[in-house]
Design a protein around this ligand. Structure first.
Ligand code: NAP
Length: 484
């Protein structure tokens, strides 16, 4: 999603020599890989799409994965990006070469590419995490992670264990429950569930989006404003957060029997973990063939899964246990000035100014990097702001004839201090576990404010925040001169 956005905007700005390196054999990233039943996006599609490439034909408010993937494929065609994408190519390492002010990018199949500018667009949720549970290797049934769904395994009439009850699990559990003979959901922590209330766009609405001036734009704006205001309900200890908890609690209580309230309704503040949107997950848990198990899993053997209190013979184990979200850019080896490794510079907490730039790594940008994740708005909005920032910086580079640009250390430190300070009093710092927190309790993923606050910060680069190496790079020529 971010790589396509960057490439399109670069081309529109006159930078024609753009290559996208993609490890998969298809575009779409998370929307190509996550094909579990009923996969979809809980951000409304009018907002979870590029502002410069509207789709007037979304079938529903919240589109499902096949429609979202079709959108990204269509965008590739609309902007003729196909020839610029190298599929089935995985970046192994990238190293900055100061004399030429270029990056040498090596891939796992031994290719080397040279580029003046390197942009990482690998996302935060691209490497599945499967817990290391004793005996799992010896389990003889089918096992997979939600992001690698095995569609050739027929679940009809089987006994299935689902480990985890996060954003992915709540989407596929209702469908799997309809097929399974028995479905065991292993829940470690309950989640707040907000009704999804999805609806179809009628034909007249789609006609209006396409034909009535400003109709689609206003609809998107309305969704944006409504989404961004939700951040107000995610202020730690605020009256609005308490009210939101009360409202969610009463909605959830209506869906489940009183003896299950303590098991399924959280105690922590809503927003601490991502609030999940579903209108059918809680009713699926009330089916006769579904059981929620809250004892911690202790081990597997060839046929069964065991907790401290019970053992269950199962045919299939599905891990909906999330992603290695705190390990930004791993396992790529990125080396900047003096051969310093990005992962060494970061240590246990990845950080970057604007989630994009790190001192010591000139001409290197990240999209959806550290501290740019949201729990209430569209990541595409955030990435578009970063892309705009990067292109303005590159234009400035051309204007002043700079060969390299690098954020200043004190700017990075000041920015990071402010972000971390705000995060310390955020809802995500309160009493719950989530992928928003690293093992040491720090928060490398989330942006601490509204999407609008990020837009304000990214609107215009402060060129004095950067060191610009003025040494004409022969590889960089101005727009219209046949350059890169
Ligand atoms: P997740 O939200 O990180 O949930 C992982 C689940 O696995 C949690 O319930 C967690 O329990 C459980 N778990 C992890 N390790 C475990 C272990 N060792 N034993 C037992 N349970 C364990 O992962 P996800 O559901 O894949 O979602 C990840 C993110 O992807 C979401 O937060 C969201 O940003 C994105 N996503 C978005 C959408 C969308 O509609 N936009 C849809 C799907 C995913 P604890 O809660 O106790 O840690």
């Amino acid at each position: 999603m971010s790589g396509l956005c960057m490439a399109i905007r670069l081309k529109q700005a006159g930078f024609q020599n753009v290559t996208i390196i993609e490890s998969a054999n298809e575009v779409g990233g998370t929307w190509f890989k996550n094909t579990y039943p009923n996969a979809g996006c809980d951000v409304p599609s009018f907002l979870y799409s590029y502002s410069f490439a509207p789709n007037y034909d979304w079938s529903t408010k919240y589109a499902r994965q096949p429609e979202i993937l079709a959108y990204f494929r269509d965008v590739v065609d609309r902007f003729s990006l196909g020839p610029q994408i190298r599929f089935r190519t995985t970046v192994h390492a990238a190293e900055f070469d100061p004399p030429s002010a270029t990056w040498r990018v090596t891939t796992t199949d031994g290719q080397t590419l040279t580029a003046e500018i390197l942009v990482s667009a690998v996302g935060q949720l691209n490497r599945p995490q499967v817990p290391d549970i004793p005996g799992l290797d010896s389990f003889s049934g089918d096992v997979w992670h939600s992001a690698c769904w095995q569609h050739d395994c027929d679940l009809t009439g089987k006994t299935i264990a689902v480990v985890g009850n996060g954003a992915s699990a709540i989407q596929f559990v209702p469908t799997v429950a309809e097929k399974a003979a028995r479905l065991l959901v292993f829940q470690r922590t309950p989640n707040w569930i907000h009704p999804l209330n999805n609806y179809r766009y009628p034909g007249w609405a789609r006609f209006a989006f396409r034909n009535v001036p400003w109709c689609a734009k206003l609809h998107r704006l309305w969704i944006y404003v409504a989404s961004d205001l939700r951040i107000l309900a995610f202020r730690s200890g605020s009256k609005l957060n308490l009210e939101y908890a009360r409202w969610l609690r009463s909605r959830m209580r209506k869906k489940i029997s009183p003896e299950r309230w303590s098991e399924l309704i959280p105690e922590y503040a809503p927003g601490c973990k991502r609030v999940l949107l579903s209108s059918d997950y809680l009713s699926a848990l009330s089916r006769d063939n579904v059981q929620v198990i809250t004892d911690p899993i202790q081990r597997f053997d060839a046929r069964s899964i065991h907790t401290g209190q019970s053992s269950h013979q199962i045919d299939v184990a599905i891990f909906a246990t999330g992603f290695k979200a705190n390990e930004f850019l791993r396992p790529m080896e990125i080396k900047g000035l003096g051969g310093q490794r990005l992962h060494d510079v970061w240590g246990t907490r990845p950080r970057a100014m604007g989630g994009m730039v790190v001192p010591g790594f000139p001409n290197f940008f990240m999209l959806y990097g550290p501290n740019t994740n949201l729990g209430h708005n569209s990541i595409i909005f955030m990435v578009e702001r970063q892309v705009g920032y990067i292109i303005r910086s590159l234009r400035h580079m051309l204007e002043i004839g700079a060969s390299a640009v690098e954020v200043k250390q004190d700017v990075m430190d000041g920015y990071d201090k402010r972000v971390q300070h705000k995060l310390q009093s955020s809802i995500w710092a309160t009493d719950c576990t989530s992928w928003y927190k690293a093992a040491d309790g720090t928060q490398p993923n989330n942006w601490p404010g509204s999407a609008t606050a990020f837009w304000r910060r990214m609107r215009r680069p402060r060129f004095s925040d950067f060191d610009w190496s003025i040494q004409q790079n022969p590889l960089i020529t101005k727009k219209g001169e046949g350059g890169n």
